[in-house]
Design a protein around this ligand. Structure first.
Ligand SMILES: [Zn+2]
Length: 381
């Protein structure tokens, strides 16, 4: 690879690509959360006792109702909310973060809610504030996203084998950029037994720590795959003392961050507890501050700036993605020759946005969705 010039393809997978592999899209998430609160399923987890789970559900419900009081009836039994008529979870999360960022708040989450699980406060850190409840809402979002996705392996097969075949060939190399948190793609790229060599096989765009011996892996020189996850991943955990991220290339570790018991699995090799998830949930009112992610973003910019071809799929250029639009535009401005750009979308709904963004003559819009697209039509020669 080092000597021969391969055709360099940057493939951007948005939420719609995950939809093709069974993950829910943004407009479905609020309904999934409400349903799981009503049925008492949300937050049930090995490391969370029933009282904690119930308390967390009450707080998330109150946050949602505080942000959008008209949603109270959606929590009543017997009523089924119409998914398409509910607000987007991104709107609610942005609203909550906007309040918090401006040092405002809503409910008094300790005494407004009359429930025996609340109000018995003995020390300062037992008080609930808006930030804590936003953290629970984020966890609920991730749980909703992950719930269905694990069943998706078969649907990915065609895409996975195409990426693998292309990258071992002499002709082209596909780098994947994604705003999704699920690990469907990278876990399936690795074949049975390759999980232990993930540090040699996959370039994640930053140096990371091994969950077993704590060793820090540098980015590999000659990776078989490159996957840059702009918003983090549910198989990453970060230590706020040493700053390193753990990646578990075969197991979901997001829930470990919410256990209140210090164990080997949720403690850093620098002995700091607790580890934290690395997930930038979609919000208008959010900037990425993590230094690991800022490396991923910078390396993504360079990848886009130098790639021969961009393939964007399952991504509708949503309004809240200011950072991603900035990434595309800066990468284009930083080039001498424009890349070949293809946008593959399920429907034509986002075509107007793309026409305005790239200019009609500068890209090709392909309707019909990623699952049905003939991948060989992406130039690999
Ligand atoms: Zn640490």
């Amino acid at each position: 690879m080092a000597n021969k010039k391969k055709r360099n393809i940057a493939m951007f997978l948005g939420a719609g690509a995950s939809k093709a592999f069974n993950y829910p899209v943004t407009k479905e998430i609020l309904n999934l959360i409400i349903t799981d609160i009503k049925s008492g399923i949300l937050f049930t987890d090995d490391d969370i006792n029933d009282r904690q789970a119930e308390l967390y559900r009450i707080l998330v419900k109150e946050l949602i109702i505080n942000l959008s009081p008209g949603l109270r009836p959606a929590f009543e039994n017997g009523k089924t909310a119409e998914e398409n008529k509910l607000p987007l979870i991104t709107d609610l999360l942005s609203q909550a973060e906007h309040l918090y960022n401006n040092e405002h708040t809503l409910a008094d989450f300790n005494f407004d809610i009359k429930n025996p699980l609340l109000g018995d406060i003995n020390t300062l850190n037992e008080r609930w504030n808006l930030k804590d409840v936003i953290t629970l809402l984020e966890w609920a979002i991730i749980k909703a996203i992950n719930k269905e996705g694990n069943k998706s392996k078969k649907k990915l097969d065609r895409f996975i084998s195409w990426v693998r075949q292309t990258n071992v060939s002499e002709n082209a190399y596909i780098s994947i950029i994604t705003s999704n948190y699920d690990y469907a793609v990278e876990w399936n790229l690795l074949e049975y037994g390759e999980g232990n060599d993930a540090h040699k096989l996959i370039d994640y765009g930053f140096n990371w720590r091994d969950v077993g011996d704590g060793k820090v892996y540098l980015r590999p020189d000659n990776p078989l795959f490159r996957i840059f996850k702009l918003h983090g991943s549910t198989d990453w955990l970060k230590c706020h003392r040493c700053g390193f991220i753990y990646i578990n290339p075969t197991e979901d570790i997001y829930d470990l961050a919410f256990s209140n018991i210090k164990t080997h699995a949720n403690t850093c090799h620098c002995n700091y507890w607790p580890l934290s998830p690395v997930l930038v949930t979609p919000s208008f009112s959010r900037t990425v501050k993590d230094t690991n992610l800022s490396q991923v973003w910078r390396n993504t910019l360079e990848l886009l700036r130098t790639a021969d071809e961009w393939v964007i799929t399952g991504y509708s250029l949503p309004g809240e993605d200011l950072d991603i639009k900035s990434l595309f535009i800066r990468a284009l401005k930083g080039r001498v020759k424009a890349p070949l750009i293809k946008v593959i979308q399920q429907s034509k709904n986002s075509q107007v946005q793309y026409d305005h963004f790239f200019g009609k003559e500068n890209y090709t819009f392909i309707e019909g969705g990623f699952e049905h697209y003939d991948l060989s039509a992406i130039q690999t020669g």
